[in-house]
Design a protein around this ligand. Structure first.
Ligand code: CA2
Length: 150
């Protein structure tokens, strides 16, 4: 059974505590449960993580590249938070690790401030999902399962 690695970046630990109009009322623990159920439905094992540190995300992407090459990882669902819009390091890490990444955002970043319209992740991502609220996580897991199967 392959693993789906779900990585959450800075401030996503605050989900459900503030800004419910933008991000909804669910907590990150609720999101983990949604992901666990989706993984169970698609025959994947879940590895769910959050960090507010850019370098930790880079290290985890490298680790994921090795696991995918070894055949144990289906791919990564990455909500890089605000690093999406700033991080050349994450862009380079994804490219260098040659790992399948689905970029995910809870909100529709294109309907928000102009500084959220550019992503350093999108050019190196296999697919991009945004605007579905936290339902985007299980949808992205279904997408990853479909990519892996086909
Ligand atoms: O929509 C998304 O998922 C984002 O990746 C969330 C990031 C934001 O910087 C991106 O532009 C879009 C912010 C995550 C912070 O989440 C919070 C949740 C509740 C309260 C405060 C922050």
């Amino acid at each position: 059974m392959k693993t789906a690695l779900v990585l959450n970046g800075p401030n996503l630990n605050l989900l459900g505590t503030r800004e419910p109009a933008v991000y909804g009322a669910h907590t990150l623990a609720d999101v983990e449960k949604l992901c666990a159920d989706a993984c169970a439905a698609h025959g994947l094992k879940l590895d769910f993580r959050q960090t507010s540190h850019e370098g930790a995300l880079v290290d985890w992407i490298h680790e994921a590249g090795k696991a995918q090459a070894a055949g144990t990882l289906a791919g990564v669902i990455l909500n890089a938070g605000a690093y999406t819009h700033t991080s050349i390091a994450l862009h380079d890490a994804i490219k260098g690790a040659a790992v399948t990444v689905i970029e995910l955002h809870i909100s529709n970043v294109h309907a928000r401030e102009a500084f959220r319209h550019h992503s350093y992740i999108s050019p190196v991502a296999k697919a991009v999902m945004c605007g579905f609220g936290v339902s985007g996580y299980p949808l992205a897991i279904a997408g990853l399962a479909a990519l892996t199967a086909g």
